[in-house]
Design a protein around this ligand. Sequence first.
Ligand SMILES: [Zn+2]
Length: 487
Amino acid sequence: MKEDRERKIDEWVESHREEMTEELMEFVRRPSVSRADLAEPGAPYGPDARKMLDFALERFGSFGFRTENHGGYVGSAWYGDQEEELGFYAHLDVVPEGPGWIYEPYNPLIKDGFVIGRGADDNKAAAVIGLYLMRYMKEHRIRLKKSFRMMFGCAEETGMDDFKQYQAQGGKLPDFGIVADCGFPVCFAQKGGWNADICVPKGADILDFSAGNVRNACPGEAFLCIRGDAAEITALLADYADLTAEDQGDGTVRIHAKGRGGHAAFPQGTDNAATKLAEQVFEALPQDRFDILGLSFIAKTFRNPFGEGMGFACEDEISGQLSSNAGVFRTDDRGIHIFLDIRYPVSAPIDAMTESFKKLLSENGAVLESLSIEKPFYIDKEDPRVRILQDCYREITGREDEPYAMGGGTYSRVIPGAVSFGPGLRNGVKPEFLPEGHGGAHGPDEVLHIESWLQAFKIYLLSILRLAEDEETAGTPEENEYPGTPV
Ligand SMILES: [Zn+2]
């Protein structure tokens, strides 16, 4: 009976391949960068994100599914009307198209089995999978013991304010759900996020210190402007290969530092140009001649990318080592402002760590200007629901991959009970027609591999049936009459 069902799913997917791909292209044609700066009533992330949400809800509604727009933050579509729900999460917003595209970001096309366009993979592919999961269940009159609820957010790429707002306003969530914005198989642990803005007193001879643009990237270069004699400073820095000093002609010197940039969550192989600049300049210039004390605190506290200087260093077997990135540096009258991105392991005592770090700051005259903490995600690998997802993945792909942990972060961090699972498959299928650096989720010429996408659909369908189907009627779907969703 089981094989019979899988064969039917295969046939259905084959006969809907073109329609499903066309649907995805319709989603991609709508630019949907989340822009809180363009907020309007009912459109907290700007008109594009709102139009995208309206379109998605209209598509689900057109197949007879009940839908709801939750204030423009999040949308829902339901199959079934039981109180208890199984969630399925995707996001409709995309990152800006950025430079370097060979193809058109919002005029998608199919080439060699790939769909090319911004959002084709991240994450509109998952929204369209959700629609087809519901269409399949409806056409086959599948009877579920809990409702299937597709939810899409409109601000995942800009900090997940969408689901934070939805919950802050009292919105209810399914007890358990699947976040389809990652890779297969199950991601069982994600580190917590600790994002802080701090201000450090600089010292009278520092005029400017700047580096980086975003918190979650390690800066590959940094600049420091200080008062002093150019010839003297140049001589003192002569031994430092990555520093170059430039005479500004007005009694000030601009020092440039070269490092190695990278992602905040993966410090191995990176070299933070800003903390290196602070460390080496402080070491090289005599303290009785230069008032640059702020550099000493920055070097001591933030140079180590595993949080040692902050008193944060820790690790656990589940989620690995804490990572610490000082991503952005800016200077004003009050001092040097530093934006930190820290990913902490699931077992870290984060409240106690935060308290002791605040003490360290105040002892040095520094100030914590803002702090936001996202709790880590963890689910037992032996949880029966995780076992079901792993089994379905294994059955469809024939692969034995174990559940994995990562630095984060998907919606799992902000939605309780939401496990990240797929839809990315590590099939290693790369488009041969694109040069190096193209094709990635946030880069130019984003692609979706259609075959892997359809395989992901099958994994999800099987998973949902096993998690939510009414056992008594399972296996004879075509004979079911499902009163909640008339065909
Ligand atoms: Zn995404």
